[in-house]
Design a protein around this ligand. Structure first.
Ligand code: C2E
Ligand code: MG
Ligand code: MG
Ligand code: MG
Length: 290
């Protein structure tokens, strides 16, 4: 800072820093306004059971709809929302909306569908998350067994004892717990048996490697074996083609989620897909390549 009078390189550097800081500030104030004005919408991505190919649930994923109608994906604002604490009101809105949407679909006869909601580190650290989940379930009348909370290994590993306490509260109320992006974090396998989990989600990075050599397939088999011996369900994320889906089906993965069946959809489009699924008795199978 003392060297502001110095060479051009340094002046350039400070200018760039200033620009970055002001960009951040403006994103932060936009985000604050978005929270106040309710500019978020919730998309839902179907989870499909295999081999049945029925929609059995969904993962709810937040989107930010800008005044011009364009969508911002969560990767661009969740980290800042975490840093600024805005994740708290956003996360509450997500949980309430996800439970309300799932219950509406179940009441419309599409169920029983379960819904999965991502929790951020900050939400998870916050003491009242279990209480809030409980209150939301009562308000929306969604059965606790239809709700799953998705957490990552890094969230849990930040404070293992605290995390186990919160997870046990979820379990006591009857909700499920999934480890998201499983295999990409740094959790110790020995902890797994102490966590009251219901599901492991195989990260897209491993699914992408199916049919591309042995490494990723070996990891998937190890995860499936581990899940089986611990009595957990497995969802594979980011399934984009039938090579991946067939491999996962052969290896007895329970559910798949990915663009192959559906992208995350607005509520009405999900409802239309469920209608189609109900009428045709399942989603289509592999396309024959000629
Ligand atoms: P995630 O929980 O692992 O969610 C899966 C992400 O993979 C989603 O990205 C989804 O759109 C994307 N995806 C699903 N299938 C495919 C596929 O076949 N191919 C490809 N290329 N991508 C696929 P999205 O919606 O952009 O969300 C990114 C991350 O943001 C999520 O990862 C989650 O960590 C976080 N996130 C999303 N919504 C929320 C939320 O409401 N609260 C919190 N705390 N985090 C959220
Ligand atoms: Mg997730
Ligand atoms: Mg994931
Ligand atoms: Mg992922």
């Amino acid at each position: 800072r003392m060297k502001t009078q110095g060479g051009d390189g340094f002046r350039f550097y400070t200018a760039a820093m200033g620009e970055k800081a002001s960009q951040r500030l403006s994103l932060e104030s936009q985000l604050r306004k978005a929270v106040d004005n309710g500019e978020f919408i919730l998309f839902h991505q179907p989870k499909v059971s295999i081999p049945e190919r029925r929609i059995v649930g969904m993962e709810s994923l937040i989107r930010w709809r800008l005044p011009d109608g364009s969508m911002v994906s969560p990767g661009a604002f969740i980290p800042l929302a975490e840093e600024t604490g805005l994740i708290a009101p956003m996360g509450e809105w997500v949980l309430q909306t996800a439970c309300r949407d799932a219950q509406a679909l179940n009441e419309a006869g599409f169920g029983p569908l379960h819904v999965a909601v991502n929790l951020s580190g900050r939400q998870f650290q916050h003491g009242d998350i279990a209480k809030f989940v409980d209150a939301t379930l009562s308000q929306t009348r969604l059965s606790p067994k239809r709700l799953e909370l998705e957490i990552t290994e890094s969230i849990v590993m930040r404070d293992v004892e605290k995390a186990i306490g919160v997870m046990n509260q979820f379990k006591e109320m009857g909700a499920g717990i999934a480890v998201d992006d499983f295999g990409t974090g740094y959790s110790s396998l020995s902890y797994l048996k102490r966590f009251p989990l219901s599901t492991l989600k195989i990260d897209r990075a491993f699914v992408m490697g199916v049919g591309q050599g042995e490494g990723d397939e070996a990891i998937i088999l190890a995860i499936l074996g581990l899940a089986r011996s611990l009595g957990l369900k497995v969802v594979a994320e980011g399934v984009e083609d039938w090579t991946q889906a067939s491999f996962l089906q052969q290896q007895h993965c329970d559910m798949i989620q990915g663009f192959l069946f559906s992208k995350p959809l607005p509520f009405d489009e999900l409802k239309a897909l469920l209608e189609q699924d109900r009428q045709s008795g399942g989603l289509p199978g592999p396309e024959k390549e000629s």
